[in-house]
Write a protein that binds this ligand. Structure first.
Ligand code: ATP
Length: 479
């Protein structure tokens, strides 16, 4: 029976040792909460994103993709509510000066703070109880300047979510493609948040990648689409091999819902940190018609500003017009001769958080020949390397034969060639990299044209004819 991961530190050191994930700017002592993906990690994360794109866009009739810029018109963030509301409530420990999110504080019994009651709460940094300042809002958006000349430079934000790029392109997509409601737009891209507390490796970082869908539907059909996406998104994690026992849904309580959301559910994963905490992997929200209506107000603010030739954009949005449902971001349903502002269902996942869950879930230690063996049991579709090719020894034409097979296969999927050291050690390295199959050319190959194929998880070794190795691996890997 293989052991699973108990301490995140074991995974962090495996990730560094095997080139999955490094601390950013490592040679300068590192930059807190920023991470770099190494040779294996960048393959893994790319596979996660590719599988998401395949499920979200490629395999669906009513979905299209988009790739928006990170810097956007400042009015986007005013209209979306981020300028005024995208902040965490924080408190400072008077003993050690550490700032903590109020919703992250726990008492000695590990219960969360309710109604901002701080007296019994314990500082997660120094352990002091109840010495907290009055809670205050801490803004999460990173701000920067754009423009070379002082007089035309403007303050812009690094986007804190990819969703708004989709909303502001909703009519561009509608007018340029053949989509009709119900349809969705998907995007993968970097987002930035100046998080108060970063913790647990790549779980919460200040620069991260999101995989988001905004699915536009007719009001009244939103509950049904919400259920559809909830099921589809859970199934995606299961299909890619995450253990059912480590996944669950958590509905948001009414008082926890964002002001614009009609319903929200988190897909949670049981991460091995905190107290074996269930943590959000992805959120699925019914955002109603809030964002499109807000952008209609934002568009009017900019029009007014241009007409009145003002120097600066006002700090308040104009009131919503009575005929907002006929506004520029409304949709005309031609067959039914109806006009409405669509409702939106948003499944919003983190590429890095997802990658961490796939790593944690794949981590295992078993025993082979009386010695512990570390392995990552990735689903073949996620494995950074699909197959490794080895000559048993560096002589008798074995390297040439193994190399030729490797060259023949690498155009199909990511492969690896290794001829150095004992073959047992080469196998162990591939187990730790999560490679599902190792193919070894040995003495018997010249006699009967077969090679050994070793299975990472079962350790079973079978002999396969060299002429069939390509189809054998393709079938096993399902690619
Ligand atoms: P939290 O409450 O954990 O701060 P959130 O509810 O604000 O997260 P969303 O705005 O719903 O998160 O973002 C959608 C997804 O993006 C999250 O489920 C998560 O996977 C990912 N995500 C959000 N913030 C971060 C971050 N700082 N680092 C890594 N991934 C993140």
């Amino acid at each position: 029976m293989a052991e699973t991961l108990e301490k995140l530190d074991d995974l962090v050191s495996l990730c560094k040792r095997r080139g999955f994930i490094f601390q950013s700017s490592d040679i300068y002592g590192g930059l807190a909460s920023c991470y770099d993906y190494g040779p294996l990690g960048s393959e893994l994360k790319r596979n996660v994103k590719n599988e998401w794109w395949k499920a979200a866009v490629q395999m669906r009739d009513n979905m299209v993709g988009i790739d928006c810029s990170i810097l956007m018109h400042p009015m986007v963030w005013k209209a979306s509510g981020h300028v005024d509301k995208f902040a965490d409530l924080v408190t400072v420990c008077q003993k050690c000066n550490t700032r903590t999110r109020v919703d992250h504080l726990k008492n000695a019994e590990n219960e969360p703070a309710t109604n901002n009651d701080l007296e019994k709460m314990v500082c997660p940094s120094c352990g002091t109880t109840g010495k907290f300042s009055e809670p205050m809002a801490f803004k999460l958006m990173f701000e920067t300047q754009m423009g070379a000349n002082a007089d035309d430079a403007m303050n812009v934000f690094l986007r804190p979510e990819t969703a708004q790029g989709i909303f502001v392109n909703y009519s561009n997509v509608l007018n340029s493609s053949r989509v009709k409601i119900p349809f969705g737009i998907a995007q993968i891209g970097k987002s930035f948040r100046n998080e108060v507390t970063t913790k647990a490796f790549i779980f919460r970082t200040r620069e991260f990648e999101q995989m988001e869908i905004e699915f536009f539907c007719e009001p009244g059909t939103d509950d049904q689409w919400y259920e559809h996406w909830k099921t589809a998104r859970m199934q995606w994690y299961l299909d890619l091999g995450i253990n059912k026992e480590n996944l669950r849904f958590r509905d948001h309580d009414p008082d926890e819902l964002a002001h614009y959301a009609k319903a929200c559910v988190d897909v949670e994963y049981k991460f091995p940190f905190g107290q074996g905490d269930w943590q959000e992997l992805e959120g699925v929200a019914n955002r109603t018609d809030y964002d499109l209506r807000q952008h209609q107000r934002g568009m009017r603010a900019v029009t007014r500003w241009i007409e009145n030739k003002r120097d600066t954009l006002g700090t308040t949005l104009p009131d919503e017009r009575d005929d907002w449902h006929k506004g520029p971001l409304s949709y005309f349903d031609e067959p039914n001769k109806k006009r409405y502002v669509p409702y939106v269902i948003e499944p919003s996942a983190g590429a890095d958080r997802g990658t961490l869950a796939f790593l944690v879930d794949a981590y295992a230690v078993d025993e082979v020949g009386g010695k512990p063996r570390n392995l990552l049991k990735f689903h073949p579709k996620l494995a950074p390397i699909k197959a490794a090719f080895f000559p048993l020894v560096k002589k008798e034409g074995m390297p040439e034969k193994a190399r030729a097979m490797y060259d023949d296969m690498r155009g199909l999927f990511n492969c690896f060639y290794d001829e150095k050291g004992a073959v047992g050690r080469r196998y162990r390295r591939q187990d730790e990299a999560g490679t599902p199959f190792c193919v070894t050319v040995d003495g018997q190959t010249t006699e009967d044209n077969t090679v050994t194929v070793r299975d990472r998880d079962t350790l079973e070794q079978v002999r396969v004819n060299c002429d069939q190795i390509k189809s054998y691996l393709r079938e096993k890997l399902d690619m």
